[in-house]
Design a protein around this ligand. Structure first.
Ligand SMILES: [Mg+2]
Length: 377
């Protein structure tokens, strides 16, 4: 048995010129921060994770050093305790799964019990473009081989948002399955805008149902269980959410109250691969869709793809998020820590059979982007 001998955390910032005007951030982003977590064992294996910044985590490394790297449940339980004291440490859980795969010479999706490495993707857009440019962006998505696209709401007027959906439908018909993200559970630290209430959410949901949109995402705050319960009774469209929901008891509440049709937690933000593998199976057993949020860099996306493929598979996830909105959000920007970007193949992705997550870092780029902090501007 090997033991864990080191945990190394580094921050990196890619300068974005031109900036990235993410719809969910009122300030155009001039930097793309990435935190890399490496965990090494006494036999020379190295696991890699990424996600939250993990400031201050060095104080807690002692609870992992000297331990069996394959004691994944114990590590996840300690990380759940540390989350209370020091922010979200889940990139280490991802790195430990990568390490476990390398020790056992198997890909993570197989360690989780998956039977197929194939997942169908949806192109997840980010930028609020004028209507005609959104139609062009949808054409780029179709040209890229995708059959589904997610559109962001949050323009000054809801009518402007709805006009985008109508225009894409008018131009492209049923060539694309559409999803809409209302981002009502996400705020930047300074943004104190109130989330929608259930009447607003229901009125938007009804309009999107008429347009044949597949799901409406985060039309309410993540903790508005009463609102979600009511919304699902009032509308026919699928309701998605949970990307920033953290605790197992919160997900239990969402499940028991029938708040959501589509569960979207992200293993680099909540509970790691260990915790979300259990949740994914519970969601599927309840007849719901489990399809993780993947927005971030390619390492986080890959971790979530392994999670989906290893648990509910294609049938249980239906569509998995592939951040793609060139030129501002290109695959090259998204995957800059990786030696090779994660390319979709005609709207699908095939996970490799390489051990762990099957990723290789671009150490030259990481050295050139090394930074003391991980901020967006
Ligand atoms: Mg979202």
């Amino acid at each position: 048995m090997s033991e864990i001998v080191a945990i190394e955390i580094t921050h990196h910032q890619l300068l974005l010129d031109p900036p990235f005007p993410a719809s969910w951030d009122p300030k155009p982003r001039t930097k793309f921060p990435v935190t890399i977590v490496r965990v090494r064992d006494s036999e020379g294996h190295e696991g890699i994770g990424s996600g939250d910044v993990m400031y201050g985590f060095a104080d807690y490394a002692q609870y992992f050093i000297g331990e069996d790297p394959l004691a994944l449940a114990q590590h996840a339980a300690r990380l759940a305790n540390i989350e209370f004291h020091a922010g979200r440490p889940w990139p280490l859980d991802v790195a430990l799964w990568d390490l476990a795969g390398k020790i056992q010479d198997r890909p993570v999706w197989q360690l989780l019990g998956g039977t197929s490495p194939h997942l169908r993707l949806y192109a997840s857009s980010a930028v609020h473009r004028p209507v005609s440019d959104m139609v062009s962006a949808a054409q780029r998505v179709i040209d890229g081989g995708f059959q589904a696209m997610k559109v962001r709401f949050g323009r000054p007027s809801i009518d402007d948002d709805l006009a985008v959906v109508s225009a894409i439908r008018d131009a492209h018909g049923d060539a694309l399955t559409l999803m809409v993200d209302c981002n009502q559970a996400w705020r930047m630290p300074w943004d104190t805008t109130r989330p929608w209430d259930v009447d607003m959410a229901a009125s938007v949901a009804a309009r999107l149902h008429d347009e044949g949109v597949f799901w409406i995402e985060e039309p309410l705050h993540r903790g508005d269980y009463v609102g979600y319960e009511e919304l699902r009774k009032r509308v026919g469209i699928k309701v998605a959410g949970g990307e920033m929901t953290r605790e197992p008891y919160e997900f239990r509440e969402l499940l028991q109250r029938n708040c959501l049709d589509v569960f979207q937690p992200d293993c680099v933000c909540s509970q790691g691969i260990t915790g979300l593998a259990t949740l994914a199976r519970e969601v599927a057993a309840a007849g719901h869709i489990f399809t993780p949020h993947t927005w971030g860099n390619g390492i986080g996306m890959l971790a979530n793809l392994h999670l989906a493929a290893g648990t509910v598979g294609q049938a249980g996830s239906q569509w998995v998020e592939y951040p793609f909105d060139p030129p501002e959000w290109s695959v090259a920007r998204r995957d800059y820590p990786l030696a090779a970007p994660l390319e979709a193949n005609n709207g699908w992705i095939e996970l490799s059979d390489e051990p762990g997550l099957g990723l290789r870092l671009d150490e030259t780029v990481l050295a050139a982007t090394l930074s003391a902090e991980a901020t967006f501007s």
